[in-house]
Design a protein around this ligand. Structure first.
Ligand code: AMP
Ligand code: GLY
Length: 425
């Protein structure tokens, strides 16, 4: 079979890598891909948001399945366009993807259906939002309604920080129309975990749990990023917690959408905050695989990924048994100097082959490109150095050992990825 993967990040490299191990996959295309993906797939030069051009490509190349990595094409309706033409594609429709593309939509759905989430209020007026913050006090959480690549969320511990966040979203319009509405939420305490599941709209198959590291610096300091590292499993998601999340979050979410006439198909991701009483509060939904969570999670998938993807696309996930490897996995992201703000680009990366040759290590590329046949940096998050091991400590040690081999100017990575899991085990 032939597959087209849409995207260019570490998540897409992990998807392509996993597909390349499938018995039934003969050829992989990726749009647009990156330097690492180019070793396993043919990277194509079609605009990611030109759905008609992508459809033409799929027809011309007789592609059996398209897998969408990022949220942007999903929120713009790529699945609707492909399904209308009878093409198989993995991901939710535009209406279903609102779970991620509008925080107001998802919060209202949670509130109406008793899905645990932080209390909140929505504002379109700067002055009313300001008054509400003054009334509520801090800490408080300020969020832009629409998509902002993980950067539209501000946890304010002082009133000044809260006002500054409001100004960035509503006055400076740093996220454009995504900031037309702002959500102001109570600040929750607890432990975070990423909970992803495969679903064909009827059957829900949970993936192994994982934990992201959102902040740029060690000890969860500095700005929020797309994610600086992840590990799987997350000890906070016990078997009992998994059952609770399925019953209290996943099933009611799919059911609530169905009641509105929306079938959710693809990957459903709930970002959770689990409080000390063991209640899993939903911080956000994503309508796709997490990045970097996918790198450790797919590293642990035993079942052929193409089989899983086809079963979802064809609505027969219930027939499949999805199995996982026991060994944990850890992914440490290396980013460019300046990220998540303006960052350096075009620096030569060395040591990739040495790092990749270490046992249990897989270096996934994100923002990389070729220049004169050499690999250079081309994005904020550059690499996701991922390792498996017999326990978290072993996987983590391997990932950091691999990082020592890799160099580029201004490279930055957190030294404490999975440290918390280590302390718990
Ligand atoms: P989101 O994109 O909504 O998941 O938010 C990004 C990150 O901000 C989350 O992973 C949390 O670390 C943090 N966050 C979001 N909402 C809250 C909240 N209500 N209370 C505490 N932290 C939050
Ligand atoms: N790592 C969080 C996300 O993919 O949104």
């Amino acid at each position: 079979m032939k597959v087209l993967v849409i995207g260019s990040g570490g998540r897409e490299h992990a998807i392509v890598w996993k597909l390349s191990q499938s018995r039934s996959v003969d050829k992989i295309y990726c749009c647009p891909g990156n330097a690492g993906i180019a070793e396993l797939a043919e990277c194509i030069n079609v605009r990611q948001d030109d759905f008609n051009a992508l459809l033409d490509f799929v027809r011309y190349e007789w592609i059996d399945l398209t897998i969408v990595g990022p949220e942007d094409p999903l929120s713009k309706g790529i699945v609707d366009v492909f399904e209308k033409e009878g093409r198989k594609i993995l991901g939710p429709t535009r209406a279903a993807a609102q779970l991620e593309s509008s925080k107001v939509f998802s919060k209202d759905l949670m509130r109406a259906n008793g899905i645990p989430t932080a209390d909140y209020k929505v504002f379109t007026s700067y002055i009313h939002a300001e008054e509400y913050i003054k009334m509520k006090g801090t800490p408080i959480v300020i969020k832009a309604d629409g998509l902002a690549a993980g950067k539209g969320v501000f946890i304010a511990s002082t009133a000044d920080e809260a006002m500054e966040a409001l100004k960035i979203i509503m006055k400076d319009r740093a996220f454009g129309d995504a900031g037309n509405r702002v959500l102001i939420e109570d600040c929750l305490q607890g432990e975070e975990a990423s909970f992803m599941a495969f679903t064909d709209g009827t059957t829900i198959v949970p993936m192994v749990s994982s934990q992201d590291h959102k902040r740029i610096f060690d000890n969860d300091r500095g700005l929020n990023t797309g994610g600086m590292g992840a590990y799987s499993p997350a000890p906070v998601v016990t078997e009992e917690m998994e059952r609770t999340v399925i019953e209290k979050v996943m099933k009611p979410t799919i059911r609530a959408l169905k009641a509105e006439g929306i079938t959710y198909k693809g990957i459903l991701y709930a970002g959770l905050m689990i409080d000390s009483s063991g209640t899993p509060y939903v911080l956000e939904y994503n309508c796709r695989l997490g990045d970097p969570e996918t790198q450790p999670v797919l590293s642990r998938l035993e079942t052929d990924f193409m089989e899983v993807a086809m079963a979802i696309a064809e609505g027969r996930l219930g027939e499949l048994k999805v199995e996982w490897k026991k060994d944990p996995a850890v992914c440490v992201v290396i980013s460019s100097e300046g990220y998540p703000g303006a960052y350096r680009k075009g620096d030569l990366i060395t040591g990739l082959a040495e790092a990749n040759s270490l046992e249990g290590v897989q270096v996934f590329h994100a923002g990389t490109a070729f220049r004169d046949n050499q690999v250079v940096t081309s994005g904020g998050r550059v690499l996701g150095v991922t390792a498996t091991g017999q326990d978290i400590a072993a996987a983590r040690a391997r990932a950091y050992e691999a990082i020592e081999k890799i160099h580029f100017k201004g490279m930055h990575f957190r030294k404490d990825i999975a440290a918390r899991a280590l302390n718990r085990s």
